[in-house]
Design a protein around this ligand. Structure first.
Ligand code: ADP
Ligand code: MG
Length: 460
């Protein structure tokens, strides 16, 4: 089966080939002919990594009239990263067509810039729901000629609390606008949207679990000893220095902390979480794509839908809260027929949770082991003198808080603290020396660079 046989034209097929895409995936085989030919709506239930973007992007591109300089398709997405990815596919796959203009708009950046951009001729708008609504309220775009509205990752948009915005947007769309809804799961909010806005004769496509469960992912776990989780992580990463992956944490705080704990480590890591501004997020994502960063440390929300080619592994630093979250996380690897490893860092008592995921998703985990370096040589204590003291507001407690927050230490790591007016002294294990220096290197307190000196202590 080829894209041509599904009705996709020469210009698009050519662009696909240049991106090494020649065989349609299941969802594409089922969705493309309907979107091209049918007059009705589409509901598609399929897991991540099945090629949903192209499933709607290709037939939409082919239906757009490039000669009409009006918005003809609107794609709603949960996050800016996902929006940028979708916009990129519209751009890539229309390379050999008369110029199609796509704009991607999302919250967190000044709206004026988006208003200006939308004054130029635009055929496709990719948007997060909140920003789109803002733009509509300011009459920055006109949806009179809209043919398609796509709800991509509908379940995730609901998770993020966009139900009200989506209701408003769909109410503003004229009746003859065709709605294409893509979702991995069917929570009540998604069912409600289907009931309220999708035509009753809509086509439903399901790529069922058996078809989906990505056979190319190897599921595994590493059992770590209490207090040595970070060492096990580092050992795992060391064995895969030339590979790239994503590590999942449950919270932003954990993600931030872990990136500080990996400062100076042989595998370059950076964190992607909701507290970063847009510029920082873009920088992190570019770093991962270009290979400057090998490990992306992310929270579930931040990483949703992210598609980076050739990721070799996924690490569940914290187990996911639900089994379907496990699917979403692991779906970031083994994309498009490639193989990948998904590994959970667990304690023996977490094995029951592993069993639950196994039975829910009908998959099998295997235990893998890593060799911990026996580097006892770095565990002796060192003293560090630092140029922060009471005058700068650094009490004992505050100094510990500061080191925990900014250098990724744990409270218990910092010992024998003495604070003076303009300086302080504390002791930590020598293994944290680099970590502390790297994290505080360019840190300024009251316009002063932080200066530290290390004192070697007697081993006993
Ligand atoms: P989903 O939205 O279902 O999670 P994506 O649309 O992001 O999946 O696609 C996952 C990856 O697979 C992307 O890198 C995409 O370019 C690639 N891809 C999509 N369709 C095909 C195909 N038919 N053959 C090979 N790769 C594909
Ligand atoms: Mg997708």
């Amino acid at each position: 089966m080829t894209f041509g046989q599904l009705g996709i034209n020469e210009a698009i097929t050519q662009a696909l080939l240049e991106n090494k895409i020649s065989q349609p995936s299941d969802i594409q085989r089922k969705a493309i002919p309907h979107i091209l030919k049918n007059e009705t709506d589409l509901v598609s239930v399929a897991q991540t990594g099945t090629g949903k973007t192209a499933a709607f992007c290709l037939p939409i591109l082919q239906t757009i009239n490039p000669g009409l300089a009006e918005i003809q398709a609107l794609v709603l997405v949960p996050t800016r990263e996902l929006g940028q990815q979708v916009a990129r596919e519209f751009f890539l796959f229309s390379k050999h067509m008369p110029r199609i203009f796509t704009e991607c708009v999302y919250g967190g950046v000044p709206i004026d810039e988006h208003i200006q951009r939308l004054k130029r001729s635009t055929h496709v708008v990719v948007a997060t729901p909140g920003r789109l609504l803002d733009l509509l309220e300011r009459k920055a775009l006109n949806l009179q000629n809209l043919k398609f509205v796509v709800l991509d990752e509908a379940d995730e948009m609901m998770n993020m609390g966009f139900k009200t915005e989506i209701d408003k947007i769909l109410n503003l769309c004229k009746n003859d606008v065709r709605k294409l809804l893509f979702t991995a799961t069917m929570p009540a909010d998604v069912t409600a949207v289907i009931r309220d806005y999708i035509r009753h004769d809509a086509v439903t496509i399901r790529i069922n679990a058996e078809e989906f469960i990505n056979q190319n992912i190897e599921h595994s776990y590493i059992i770590y000893n209490q207090g040595e989780k970070l060492d096990y992580l580092k050992a795992f990463l060391s064995e895969r220095k030339d590979q790239r992956g994503i590590l999942f944490c449950r919270t932003k705080t954990a993600a931030k902390r872990l990136s500080k704990q990996l400062a100076g480590f042989e595998v370059t890591a950076d964190a992607l979480h909701g507290n970063l501004n847009q510029e920082m997020r873009d920088k992190v994502m570019r770093g991962l794509r270009k290979g400057r960063i090998s490990l992306l440390i992310a929270t579930d929300i931040a990483a949703r839908g992210i598609d980076v080619k050739e990721l070799d592994y996924i690490i569940h630093y914290h187990l996911p809260e639900k089994s379907d979250q496990y699917t979403h996380r692991s779906g970031r690897t083994a994309r498009a027929g490639k193989s990948g490893l998904s590994v959970c860092l667990i304690r023996t008592e977490d094995l029951t949770e592993i069993k639950t995921i196994e039975s829910n998703l009908k998959i099998k985990f295997t235990e893998i082991s890593v060799k911990l370096p026996n580097d006892t040589k770095h565990t002796h204590p060192i003293g560090i003198q630092i140029n922060l003291g009471l005058i700068q507001g650094f009490t004992k407690n505050y100094l510990v808080e500061f080191l925990v927050e900014e250098a990724g230490l744990s409270t218990g790591d910092v010992k024998n603290i003495r604070v003076n007016d303009n300086s302080a002294y504390f002791e930590v294990s020598a293994r944290y020396e680099n970590q502390i220096f790297l994290n505080l290197r360019s840190y300024k307190v009251a316009h002063r660079n932080i200066k530290m000196t290390v004192v070697e202590l007697e081993r006993d």
